[in-house]
Design a protein around this ligand. Structure first.
Ligand SMILES: [Zn+2]
Length: 177
């Protein structure tokens, strides 16, 4: 996925704060939570720096730990237990939106990318749709494939939410903030 991760992070974080009961979010700074949500939505792709600068494109970046659910599950569980032990309740909400967006990122990457959902039990690469290599530049293969419509829908949905909020029509969000 190329352009859909950040808008997906925005949409999911907004949705979380519309769904969660008020008692869970009364001490939460929405902008801070939005930062962690959007940060989580793109965090796995920060491995592209390692891919280009250090690994020199030797391995697919979806094979790094940053794109393997098992490692994220372990890290998140550990941080969650630390927060519970320290009684940091509001931080658990930030961890929740960050974690949710990590896994949304991995799910969206599974549409045309390869994610090892069952690692370490299996190294099988899960992918919903295979994109054929038809163009010289690999990026065109994905942009001109019909699955790119998913990205366009996500971006359009985020824009609609932003515009509705700007126009003051999204009253439920305004009440929370
Ligand atoms: Zn990714």
């Amino acid at each position: 996925m190329f352009i859909g991760h950040i808008p997906a992070g925005y949409i999911s974080t907004k949705t979380v704060f519309q769904i969660l009961p008020h008692r869970y979010i009364e001490n939460i700074r929405i902008q801070f939570a939005m930062f962690w949500g959007i940060f989580g939505s793109i965090f796995p792709d920060l491995d592209m720096f390692y891919f280009y600068l250090i690994d020199k494109k030797q391995h697919l970046h979806h094979g790094y730990w940053t794109h393997i659910p098992f490692y994220w599950l372990s890290i998140i569980l550990l941080i969650f237990l630390i927060f519970i032990a320290c009684g940091k309740r509001s931080q658990i909400i930030y961890l929740f939106v960050f974690s949710l967006n990590i896994f949304i990122h991995l799910f969206l990457d599974t549409i045309v990318g390869k994610i090892r959902w069952l690692y370490p039990f299996s190294s099988h690469d899960f992918v919903f749709f295979h994109v054929p290599a038809c163009h010289n530049w690999w990026v065109w293969n994905f942009i001109f494939h019909w699955t790119f419509l998913f990205e366009i829908i996500i971006v359009a949905t985020a824009f609609i939410i932003i515009i509705r909020e700007y126009l003051g029509q999204n009253k439920s969000i305004i009440q929370i903030t």
